[in-house]
Design a binder for this molecule. Structure first.
Ligand SMILES: Nc1nc2c(c(=O)[nH]1)N[C@H]1C(S)=C(S)[C@@H](COP(=O)(O)OP(=O)(O)OC[C@H]3O[C@@H](n4cnc5c(=O)[nH]c(N)nc54)[C@H](O)[C@@H]3O)O[C@H]1N2
Ligand SMILES: Nc1nc2c(c(=O)[nH]1)N[C@H]1C(S)=C(S)[C@@H](COP(=O)(O)OP(=O)(O)OC[C@H]3O[C@@H](n4cnc5c(=O)[nH]c(N)nc54)[C@H](O)[C@@H]3O)O[C@H]1N2
Ligand SMILES: [Mo]
Length: 763
């Protein structure tokens, strides 16, 4: 690091030999002897475990190897033979570990025993499980529940999540932020308003029935590679794919299937995108308005000339509300404005619209490129407007497809992890468990950290995650974290959030889902929901990393029992011993989704939850799907307009990381090696800022709140990226993201559009 590196564009398609090599490398790095083991073969299989990486759907009829490069890396990371034992902390003080790189902390290996921070020696020291539970219970009981937060990073199972939300409410609060607060909460809000459900409406079957797919701001090759299989099959049927992304991401350009011998041995590969449009950062509402304008204009002409109509008038008439206002807005919007904001030409947008009007069934896949913006919710609503023009919701082969991140992030919400009381079945819980749940709105992630900065959070219990790295404004939020009195981290591996400790801090080592979970009631299974709303059972297959690690349900039950004492009607010990009792409780709370849960959880391909929008039933205020007029064409200009030379920064992930978990420093697909401290920049912008390739620069946030936010030591990498746009990595650039810079209606931090100025090091 630090040394100047040249970038080489990755010369191959995604997948392929590079992918196999990357898998072999990480298996060796983690010293995992998979040749004697069947672990990867049981990944994402009906009788095996559900991958701990992304949440993409698991097919009923899986491939022999139903895993991808990312999933294999995630498995290797968890099944590593490296261990953190208490002698690790005899060698390293917490202060010393604070100087370690994120990669090195996790690379130390799996956590093996419960630990408590000892301020006198500045070390973590072993503690028994019961002592830890009792002390945490005492601490929580001495606090105002409204000042305590339980965070869930999206891996926890349906069973664990349900137990945690019930515990929180019996304890007395709704402070249940989860990782979707930084991720697809713009989807949960936007889709709910527009079509009455907060999740995507497509299933894997729809890939076989679609005529056209769009990708907006989702990087499939890196972040959900198993999805490349159905995409490849669709391409073989001749289905076009149109992509809008500021970067030409290799995974969206072409793919060679590392599991197809024929494709590996011949240079043939599947072209993924048939049209690729490099939209400017934050230009998607403008693109979508342009697409709608092209369709409505062509339909106006068809109507005038007596030709067949292009709008699905029957759908619009019967199923939607607000079309006339929306159409008026679209007709009035000028092409010049659309072109300026999107950075694309009218001809480009019309070319995409032309494909759209030829297709009978259209899917739109999207990700963080739409949701992590000030206008993130509006982007999602606009995508629905566009789909609705031709009835592309609630019919086979069509619909919105938010590609979720963490493997059970969608499911956690389904079973009650939410800070919004109206989204939890509080009356039902009250009756089922004979208690009075709190009705006051809880805190999401941004609100938690706003309160924390003011000293208003006294305790946090984290079911996974690494919040000091994943949240915005690191130089404000990290010091605030260390002022929290009680910090409990349930985790598989060591990370920085464990080291920036409070007065009373615990690290509680948990099993990974890949491991066999033995309880008094026998070997236990858990369940989760994938990105397409299907529920799957998951059974561990490897020996636990340590005899002193415990399952997440065990840990949640232990803390709940020690805190609630005789204030709870739940037999936490019984739930801990036999998770089918938890599933029975889930089924009682949500019978329409989880009836016959125990039997159905092993259905190959999962069992789908009912989704009214799939049947064209709209649970919105008007009872119809809503056309919603956007409030502006572009991303919030923030302070950018006032400053010549201002740039918009997006924060990206690589194939060598899973969020804050950094497997190594390379970005194989984008051709960057050995460092993550880079800025990707257009050559014309480099010239106008007088910057050279490899030059060291500082980025500084443009804001008027008096706080100097900067990241130094970044190197310039010339890159094919639209003018005025730059890219850096998450989490390295998180100090630049102000806590108040979030999507207006969902409070998702706007990590894809941070206004910054750039300066050479000497400046
Ligand atoms: N290997 C790996 N897999 C992962 C993860 C990981 O870190 N590593 N993380 C998991 C999680 S939690 C999540 S949420 C998902 C995230 O997966 P994605 O949703 O794919 O998220 P990102 O990689 O952050 O960004 C996606 C794309 O958005 C584009 N983009 C940025 N700004 C804009 C814009 O204004 N408009 C448009 N149209 N595009 C834009 C970027 O160029 C990038 O290609 O992946 C999950 N899977
Ligand atoms: N600037 C910027 N910021 C972002 C993003 C961005 O694109 N740009 N993306 C956002 C998104 S989409 C997300 S989802 C968040 C993620 O934010 P977080 O949820 O905070 O972070 P992760 O990196 O997913 O959590 C990693 C840690 O989880 C623990 N862990 C791993 N597996 C398990 C398990 O099975 N059980 C338990 N209990 N612990 C486990 C390990 O200790 C590991 O160190 O970050 C967000 N932050
Ligand atoms: Mo995410």
């Amino acid at each position: 690091m630090g040394k100047q590196r040249k970038s080489e564009a990755y010369p191959y398609s995604s997948g392929g030999w590079g992918s196999l090599k990357a898998v072999a490398t990480i298996l060796a790095q983690e010293k995992v002897a998979l040749k004697d083991s069947t672990v990867l073969l049981r990944q994402n299989k009906p009788d095996g475990f559900m991958c701990v990486s992304c949440s993409w759907a698991k097919p009923a009829d899986p491939h022999t190897f139903e895993f991808c490069e990312s999933g294999a890396k995630a498995t290797a990371w968890d099944t590593t033979t490296k261990r953190v034992t208490h002698d690790f902390f005899q060698v390293h003080t917490v202060s010393e570990l604070l100087s370690w790189h994120d990669h090195d902390l996790e690379e130390a290996g799996r956590l093996t025993e419960p630990l408590r921070h000892d301020a006198t020696t500045d070390r973590y020291v072993p503690v028994s499980w019961q002592e830890a539970f009792d002390d945490i219970g005492r601490e929580l009981n001495a606090m105002d529940p409204e000042q305590v937060v339980f965070y869930t990073s999206g891996r926890a199972s349906l069973e664990t999540s349900y137990m945690l939300q019930l515990f929180a409410r019996m304890y007395g609060m709704n402070n249940l932020p989860d990782s979707s607060n930084m991720c697809h909460e713009s989807t949960s809000v936007g889709l709910k308003e527009a079509i009455g459900v907060g999740v995507g409406t497509i299933t894997l079957d729809d890939f076989e029935k679609t005529d056209l797919m769009f990708f907006f701001g989702q990087n499939v090759g890196t972040n959900s590679p198993r999805m490349l299989h159905p995409l490849q099959d669709a391409r073989k049927r001749g289905v076009p794919i149109i992509t809008f992304n500021p970067l030409r991401e290799p995974g969206l350009i072409s793919f060679s299937n590392p599991q197809s011998v024929a494709q590996m041995l011949t240079p043939r590969e599947t072209q993924i995108s048939t049209q690729y449009h490099q939209v400017r950062i934050g230009g998607d509402t403008a693109v979508l308005v342009g697409l709608c304008k092209a369709v409505i204009t062509a339909d106006d002409a068809a109507a005038a000339g007596g030709a067949p109509r292009l709008l699905d008038e029957a759908f619009i008439g019967e199923h939607t509300h607000g079309f006339e206002d929306f159409a008026r807005y679209v007709r009035q919007t000028e092409w010049a404005d659309i072109e300026q904001v999107s950075g694309l030409t009218r001809v480009d947008i019309e070319r995409a619209a032309d494909e759209y009007t030829k297709a009978n069934a259209v899917i739109i896949h999207y990700g963080m490129g739409l949701t992590q913006h000030r206008m993130g919710v509006q982007n999602v609503r606009m995508l629905c407007n566009f789909l609705m023009l031709r009835g592309n919701i609630g019919k086979p082969g069509a619909g919105p497809s938010p590609v979720r991140g963490h493997s059970n992030v969608q499911g956690q919400r389904t079973v009650g992890i939410t800070e919004k009381p109206e989204l939890a079945p509080l009356d039902k819980l009250a009756q089922q468990f004979s208690f009075e749940p709190p009705r006051k709105k809880g805190m999401n992630i941004v609100e938690t950290f706003e309160a924390m900065v003011k000293g208003g959070v006294t305790g946090v219990v984290n079911l996974g995650g690494n919040l000091v790295r994943s949240v915005p404004d690191r130089f404000q939020t990290e010091p605030a974290w260390s002022r929290v009195r009680l910090i409990v981290n349930v985790a598989t591996k060591l990370n920085r959030s464990h080291l920036v400790h409070g007065a009373v801090s615990y690290i509680l080592p948990c099993l990974s889902r890949i491991e066999i979970d033995r309880q008094a009631g026998g070997e236990q299974a858990v369940s989760m929901e994938d990105s397409t709303g299907c529920m799957h059972g998951s059974r561990g297959v490897t020996e636990p990393a340590s005899p002193d690690a415990r399952s997440e349900p065990f840990i949640v039950a232990g803390i709940a029992k020690a805190t609630l004492l005789n204030r709870s009607t739940v037999d936490w010990d019984a739930w801990r011993d036999d998770y089918s009792r938890v599933r029975a409780a889930i089924a009682e709370t949500y019978p329409e989704i989880f009836h016959d849960f125990e039997a159905r959880m092993w259905t190959p391909g999962g069992f789908p939850r009912p989704l009214p929008a799939r049947e064209r039933k709209w649970q919105t205020a008007s009872g119809k799907a809503e056309f919603i007029v956007p409030s502006a064409l572009g991303e919030d200009p923030d302070m950018m307009e006032r400053e010549p030379g201002a740039l918009r920064l997006m924060t990206l992930r690589t194939d060598s990381q899973f969020n804050t978990t950094i497997y190594n420093l390379d970005d194989r697909f984008r051709g960057i090696k050995g460092t993550r401290m880079v800025v990707l920049m257009n050559r014309a912008d480099m010239a106008s800022h007088s910057l050279q390739e490899g030059e060291e620069v500082t980025l500084q946030t443009i804001a008027d709140d008096g706080i100097d936010r900067r990241v130094e030591g970044l190197r310039i990498v010339p890159y094919d990226i639209p003018l005025g746009c730059i890219a850096g990595y998450y989490p390295e650039c998180n100090p630049l993201l102000p806590l108040w810079h979030y999507a207006k209606e969902s409070k998702v931090p706007a990590g894809k559009s941070i206004p910054v100025r750039i300066a050479a090091r000497a400046a």
